[in-house]
Design a protein around this ligand. Structure first.
Ligand code: GTP
Ligand code: SPV
Ligand code: MN
Length: 588
C-alpha cells in the first residue's frame, strides 16, 4: 500500500489516541465480528431473523438524526471560492477551531481505517478514499454503501497517490462541537461530532459530491446529486435519464419505480439513486456512473404499493436507522402497509401507541441496503464507462407554480432551470421543514465551490458535448386547495418518463407539447390524466403556467442570482431576462 496512507493514519492516531487501530479488509468475517460487537454493546439490535434475516436496527443520538447544514463548511483559502451559498471557514481557522476537537477523541475507542472505492473496480472514473473512524456503525454502513476493504487496498498498492483522506470521530455527539469540514484545495475531509448519514459516511456527500465537484471543475466532469435510471420501452430500447431532486424529494423512488405498464413493455431499471459522476464521452454524449454500491434510503412512505422494489431490497442484510419496531422485532414506519400497529417501540426506544401523538419512526429514518438486492438493478449499473444520458430531470417539492413537467428549449435554458430551481425543505437536514428555498441542481448543500463558477462549468460541459441530454423540470408535489397532492406519483411517474422519452426520441419539433413562456408543457391527454381519474380542474392545475405566480417566481430568482455578483455567468443572466420578457404582456 502507499506509504502515505500509513503516514496519515499514524499522524491521525498521534492526535486522536485510539486504544487500537484496525485496518478493514471488508470480509464477511470482519463484518460479523463488528456486528457481534455492536449487538453486545447495544449499538445494534438484531431484528426478527425469520422476517428480516441479517437485519439490524440502530438508534442514533436524538440530537443526531440528519445532516446539519449550518455546521458544514467549505474551507478554501479564499471565501469567494466557497461562494455565497456555502458556509466558509479558512483552513487556518479550521486548524484552530476544529482540529483540537480530535485531540484524544478516540481515547478508549478503536480506530477503524476504511479504504474504499467510489465507482466499480474496473471503471476509469473510479476514485479512492480512506476514512478513519471511531464508529463501527459507520464501518458497517460504508461496507454496504461503497466497495470497501481489500479491493481498495489493492488499488492503493499500485501506488495511486490520488486518494482522499477523511477523518471522522464521533467526538461527544454534541451539536455544539460538531463540524463537517471540507478542504477542496487539499482534497481532505474532517468530520467530528456526528455519527449520522451524510455527516459521517464520508464517501457519500462529503467526497462524492463536495470534494468530487471540485475535482470535476478542475478535470472537466460533473459530480451530481442525481439518480440514474434506464427506461425500457416496448421496442426494447433503453433510454437513460438522470434526475437531480433535493434530499427527500423522490430520487430513490423514481430510480426504483415499479411500472404500471410493465405488461405493455414499459419498465424502469436502476443504475443509481443518489449520486452521478458524469463525463463527456468521445461520442459527444454525457456518460454517467453511479459511484455508490448501496442505497441509504428514506424509510417513511416506503411500502408495497409505493415502492415494492425497495421493500424487497430491504428484506435482508440491511441496517435500519431510527425506525420503530413491533413486538416481534419487525420494522415499522409511517406510511407502511396495513393498519397502524396498536403497540410499537418508537425510534427513541420508548413504548408508542397511535394515541402518543408523535411519529413512531423519525421522519428522516433510513435503510442501508446493498444495490445488488434491488430486483430491478440495471445490468449496466457497473459498466466502466457508465451509461449515456438522453435526458436530465430537475425536480423539487413545489405546492404551486411549477407544473408536473416541462421541457427546456435548449442546454443553456436547461442549465438556467437547474440554476434557479427551488424546493420546500425536508427532514433530511435539521431545521424548518416545508420552507421554499432555491436549491440549484439540488446541490445547494453539496457544491464544494462557488455556485456561480459551477453554473459556468455546466455551460462549458454542455458546449463540449456535441449531443448533450435534453433538460426537463418535474414536480410531483403540486397540491390542491385542500393541500392534497394532485398527482398520484410513484409508479404513475412512468407517464412522465414516457413523455420525456417521446420528446428526446422525436428530437427537435417533437409533438404533444405546448410552448409556454417557461418551456414546453405536455397536454393532459398525452399524460393520461383522465385514465387516472383526475378531474379536468385538477388536470388544468397540474399543467397550468400562472403568469402572476411566474412573475413572482422570476423576481425571487433575480434576488437569488444577484448574490453571485460577477461570478454569475452572462448566459444565466440572459436566460433570466429572456424568461421575464416572455412573461411580460406584449406591449402594443
Ligand atoms: P434522499 O435520499 O434524502 O436524497 O431522498 P430521495 O430524493 O431519494 O427521496 P425518496 O425517493 O427517498 O423520497 C422521499 C420521500 O418522498 C419519501 O417519503 C417518499 O415516499 C416520498 N415520495 C417519493 N416519490 C414520491 C412521489 O412521486 N409522490 C409523492 N407524493 N411522494 C413521493
Ligand atoms: C440526503 O440528505 O440527501 C441523503 C441523506 O441522501 S444523507 O446521506 O444523510 O446526506
Ligand atoms: Mn434517496
Amino acid at each position: 500500500m502507499s506509504s502515505s496512507v500509513e503516514e496519515w493514519v499514524d499522524e491521525v492516531s498521534r492526535t486522536t489516541r485510539p486504544d487500537h487501530v484496525v485496518w478493514c479488509d471488508g470480509t464477511d468475517a470482519e463484518n460479523d465480528r463488528l456486528i457481534d460487537l455492536m449487538v453486545s454493546d447495544g449499538t445494534l439490535l438484531r431484528l426478527n431473523d425469520q422476517k428480516l434475516p441479517n437485519c439490524f436496527l440502530h438508534r442514533s443520538n436524538p440530537q443526531d438524526v440528519a445532516r446539519t447544514e449550518h455546521l458544514t463548511f467549505i474551507c478554501s483559502e479564499q471565501a469567494e471560492d466557497a461562494g455565497p451559498t456555502n458556509n466558509w471557514m479558512s483552513p487556518q481557522d479550521a486548524q484552530e477551531r476544529i482540529w483540537p476537537l480530535f485531540k484524544n477523541s478516540m481515547h478508549g475507542r478503536t480506530m477503524y481505517v476504511v479504504p474504499y472505492l467510489m465507482g466499480a473496480a474496473n471503471s476509469p472514473y473510479t476514485k479512492i478514499g480512506v476514512e478513519v473512524t471511531d464508529s463501527p456503525y459507520v464501518v458497517a454502513n460504508m461496507r454496504i454503501m461503497t466497495r470497501m476493504g481489500q479491493v481498495a487496498l489493492d488499488r492503493l498498492k499500485t501506488g495511486s497517490a490520488d486518494w482522499v483522506p477523511g477523518l471522522h470521530s464521533l467526538g461527544d455527539l454534541s451539536p455544539d462541537r460538531r463540524f463537517i469540514a471540507h478542504f477542496p484545495e487539499t482534497r481532505t475531509i474532517w468530520s467530528v461530532g456526528s455519527g449520522y448519514g451524510g455527516n459521517a459516511l464520508l464517501g457519500k456527500k462529503c467526497y462524492a459530491l463536495r470534494i468530487a465537484s471540485t475535482m470535476g471543475r478542475d478535470q472537466g466532469w460533473l459530480a451530481e446529486h442525481m439518480l440514474i435510471l434506464g427506461l425500457e420501452s416496448p421496442d426494447g430500447d433503453v433510454t437513460y435519464i438522470a434526475g437531480a431532486f433535493p434530499s427527500a424529494c423522490g430520487k430513490t423512488n423514481l430510480a426504483m419505480l415499479k411500472s404500471p405498464f410493465e405488461s405493455d413493455g414499459w419498465k424502469v431499471w436502476t443504475v443509481g439513486e443518489d449520486i452521478a459522476w458524469i463525463n463527456v464521452g468521445p461520442d459527444g454524449r454525457l456518460w454517467a456512473i453511479n459511484p455508490e454500491a448501496g442505497y441509504f434510503g428514506v424509510a417513511p412512505g416506503t411500502n408495497r404499493k409505493t415502492n415494492p422494489n425497495a421493500m424487497d431490497a430491504v428484506s435482508q442484510n440491511s441496517i435500519f436507522t431510527n425506525v420503530a419496531i413491533t413486538d416481534d422485532r419487525d420494522v415499522w414506519w409511517e406510511g407502511m402497509d396495513g393498519p397502524v400497529p396498536q403497540r410499537l417501540i418508537d425510534w427513541q426506544g420508548n413504548p408508542w401507541t397511535p394515541a402518543s401523538g408523535t411519529k413512531a419512526a423519525h421522519p428522516n429514518s433510513r435503510f442501508t441496503t446493498p444495490a445488488t438486492q434491488n430486483p430491478v438493478l440495471s445490468t449496466h449499473w457497473e459498466d466502466p464507462q457508465g451509461v449515456p444520458l438522453s435526458a436530465i430531470l430537475f425536480g423539487g417539492r413545489r405546492a404551486r407554480t411549477v407544473p408536473l413537467v416541462y421541457k427546456s428549449f435548449d442546454w443553456e435554458h436547461g442549465v438556467f432551470l437547474g440554476a434557479t430551481m427551488a424546493s420546500e425543505t425536508t427532514a433530511a437536514a435539521t431545521g424548518a421543514v416545508g420552507v421554499v428555498r432555491r436549491d440549484p441542481m439540488a446541490m445547494l448543500p453539496f457544491c464544494g465551490y462557488n455556485m456561480g463558477d459551477y453554473w459556468a462549468h455546466w455551460l462549458e460541459v454542455g458546449k463540449r458535448a456535441a449531443s448533450p441530454p435534453a433538460i426537463f423540470q418535474v414536480n410531483w408535489f403540486r397540491t390542491d386547495d385542500q393541500g392534497q397532492y394532485i398527482w398520484p406519483g410513484f409508479g404513475e411517474n412512468m407517464r412522465v418518463l414516457r413523455w420525456v422519452r417521446d420528446q428526446v426520441r422525436a428530437g427537435n419539433g417533437a409533438s404533444d407539447g405546448r410552448e409556454t413562456p417557461v418551456g414546453i408543457v405536455p397536454t393532459p391527454e398525452v399524460i393520461g390524466t383522465r385514465d387516472l381519474g383526475l378531474s379536468a380542474a385538477d388536470a388544468d392545475t397540474l399543467f397550468e403556467i400562472d403568469r402572476d405566480d411566474w412573475l413572482r417566481e422570476a423576481e425571487d430568482q433575480h434576488a437569488f442570482l444577484q448574490k453571485f455578483g460577477d461570478r454569475l455567468p452572462a448566459a444565466i443572466r440572459e436566460q433570466h431576462q429572456a424568461l421575464q420578457d416572455r412573461l411580460s404582456p406584449v406591449a402594443v
